[in-house]
Design a binder for this molecule. Sequence first.
Ligand code: TXA
Ligand code: MG
Length: 341
Amino acid sequence: MTTSFLLWNDENIQKASEWLKQGEVVAFPTETVYGLGADATNEAAIGKIFKAKGRPSDNPLIVHLSDVEQMSRYVTEITPIAKQLIEAFMPGPLTVILKSNGKIAKNVTAGLDTVGLRIPDHLAARELIKACDLPIAAPSANLSGKPSPTSAVHVYQDLKDKIMAILDGGPTGVGVESTVVDCTGDHAVILRPGGITKQDIEHVLQAPVEDATILETKDKPKSPGMKYTHYEPEVPMILIDGDDDYFRTQINQYQSEGKKVGLLVSEELARRSQADTVMTVGTREDIATVANQLYHALRSFKKTDVDVILAETFNEDGVGQAVMNRMRKAATYIDIEDKSK
Ligand code: TXA
Ligand code: MG
């Protein structure tokens, strides 16, 4: 099939909505990253998402809704903590996990009795969901394992001719995915850090919040998606955890081995380093811009001839936690400076 590129206007919202109702797959913008949407009540339509992405079938999808009223149609109960978080952060980059009432297709939830739900803070997304009046299941609109798309062009690069259409609403704002929070119990558990921070959530709930991703290692991960390779650029990436001098020593080391080195770094470090290709993601203090630029930078190395990417470790304040979570997953390994030397 030839993928249609749809600019965001009333006529194209109608067109995309008709395709969704007919069980086709349409990519659309959200405030975090582009999503790959299909009718969450239509098992065959959902099957097309998994096929286009090459996504493992045991990794559940998030269901996107246009308002809270629509959300309550698909769960057994909106728990008290979910109510508080919904009121504080939706629409916004937050996904709540609640008990499903069984109306969402089994392949959306990968057979779990829970479902992830969110209301995106992007008008194009909500107009589209409202127009078709369906719950729209949507993973990030990238090939499985690749960085999430933050523009319609990124979606096209990955999924050209595999999906019906791409609704182009411009580049996304947040740049990393939503925070996934298990709200089924009486305390909140973060299953994936994202656009809403742990501190934001603790502030609203007035209680400490568990972050399950900190222990994310050998045990079966709570959020099935967290066990797969993720966000990988086309070239091996090494995350350097050390000071600026150590970083420059590593650049020299690779270059002395005859390797072409690409950097994924702050403006501060770029200014003081020499390499073959440099992708900056903003300044160290401005972690929101780092989040916004990260996936674009990861994708950009594909067009270069570098042999290795050396990436900077950013501070984990606020959305920095999500940034570093994604960078660790994208990295082939982490090179930690031995400070005892
Ligand atoms: O910002 C976002 O969340 C983007 C945009 C498009 O909305 N979507 C997104 O979807 O990142 P995806 O499929 O790439 O990631 C969904 C994450 C996975 O880690 C998945 O395992 C988790 O949410 N998830 C979904 N349903 C779940 C459930 N019932 N229980 C636990 N984790 C769940
Ligand atoms: Mg994804």
